[in-house]
Design a protein around this ligand. Structure first.
Ligand code: IDP
Ligand code: MG
Length: 137
């Protein structure tokens, strides 16, 4: 069996704050292999596909606007249980209360639109990972 894959996005806040290298370094340091990497400007269509599960929620439109606001770095990382391993490194969704030591806990906070600017995305299941990798690569 090939090692598990996950899609990681460094969101526009992470790129704008020059945290891309620091974030990728944490994932590599945990032992996951960087398989693909690129910087992109997302299209609305890509984001609508990526965030389809959230369509209709109050934060959906502002989330798309945020994700369109600047470059994103997309990566594929590989390794045993990398999906849950990266979600643990990222920390919980709300950066204000994400555990210190996690990416969101160490670098994130509420900048005015609570929860939204939380630096990273990581796939939440093997099915999501394959679907999302198809959107970005
Ligand atoms: P996750 O990124 O931890 O998997 P999801 O619930 O899948 O969290 O939400 C997707 C993204 O939508 C979050 O990472 C965050 O940027 C944004 N988001 C989630 N909940 C809220 C909210 O209540 N207000 C504003 N933005 C939110
Ligand atoms: Mg999610």
């Amino acid at each position: 069996m090939t090692a598990q894959r996950t899609l990681v996005l460094v969101k526009p806040d992470g790129v704008a704050r020059n945290l891309t290298g620091a974030i990728l370094a944490r994932i590599e340091a945990k032992g996951y292999r960087l398989a693909e990497l690129k910087q992109v400007r997302a299209s609305r269509e890509q984001l609508a596909a990526h965030y389809a599960e959230h369509e209709g929620k109050p934060f959906y439109e502002p989330l798309l606007e945020f994700m369109l606001s600047g470059p994103i770095v997309a990566a594929i990382f590989e390794g045993e249980r990398v999906i849950e391993g990266f979600r643990s490194l990222a920390g919980t969704t709300d950066p204000t209360t994400a555990a210190p030591g996690s990416i969101r806990g160490d670098y994130g906070r509420d900048w005015g639109q609570a929860v939204q600017q939380n630096l990273v995305h990581g796939s939440d299941s093997a099915e999501s990972a394959e679907r999302e990798i198809g959107i970005w690569f």
